[in-house]
Design a protein around this ligand. Structure first.
Ligand SMILES: Cc1cc2nc3c(=O)[nH]c(=O)nc-3n(C[C@H](O)[C@H](O)[C@H](O)COP(=O)(O)O)c2cc1C
Length: 166
């Protein structure tokens, strides 16, 4: 199974990146860090159609499974990933044919946060989007990081995330 990870975080060497790197190491997945791309807010006029959003979607079509990786920022996905999600609307308007090609793929979520439990409201947008776009939702793996020692759980957490997907 070919797996791509789409990472949106404000800290390119932070906790979520560490979890993602372990996932990549153990699975051979390909990482797309949104901070390496120029993707702007959703535009009703589609004047941003020449930015990096459509090229990244074309690349993602080569994969069977997409992992969305984000820290919990105020109970939600990161702003970087939310901008990416907003732009999925382009695939329902100006690029419908491209959007249809995503159908049948599966997705999952990888996340880190401070609190021991992940709030339900964090996962819902991923589940509901998967359902709306006819993607299979394969779950969410969350690692709470309250101290440096919690980062010792990165390998087992990433392994669990891979097991949920394969
Ligand atoms: C702006 C901001 C908001 C945060 N909000 C939450 C939150 O709502 N719940 C939580 O558990 N942790 C929260 N945290 C803690 C981060 O989720 C946690 O430190 C995470 O591992 C950081 O990942 P990163 O290094 O990829 O940014 C927040 C951190 C920041 C910077």
């Amino acid at each position: 199974m070919k797996i791509a990870i789409i990472l949106g975080t404000s800290k390119s060497d932070g906790n979520t990146r560490k979890l993602v790197e372990s996932f990549v190491e153990q699975s051979g997945a390909k990482l797309f860090d949104l901070s390496d791309f120029d993707i702007s807010f959703y535009d009703y006029e589609h004047e941003n159609s020449k930015d990096d959003f459509l090229p990244i979607i074309h690349e993602l079509l080569r994969f069977d499974h997409l992992v969305f990786a984000s820290p919990v920022y105020w109970y939600s996905m990161s702003a970087q990933l939310k901008v990416f999600f907003d732009r999925l609307s382009d695939l329902l308007t100006i690029e419908k044919e491209l959007g249809r090609k995503l159908k049948g793929k599966s997705i999952s979520v990888l996340s880190t946060g401070y609190n021991l439990d992940l709030p339900a409201c964090f996962v819902q947008p991923f589940e509901l989007t998967a359902s709306y776009m006819q993607l299979e939702f394969k779950g969410c793996e969350y690692l709470a990081v309250q101290s440096e020692s919690d980062l010792g759980k990165v390998t087992s957490s990433a392994a669990q995330a891979i097991e949920n997907v394969i």
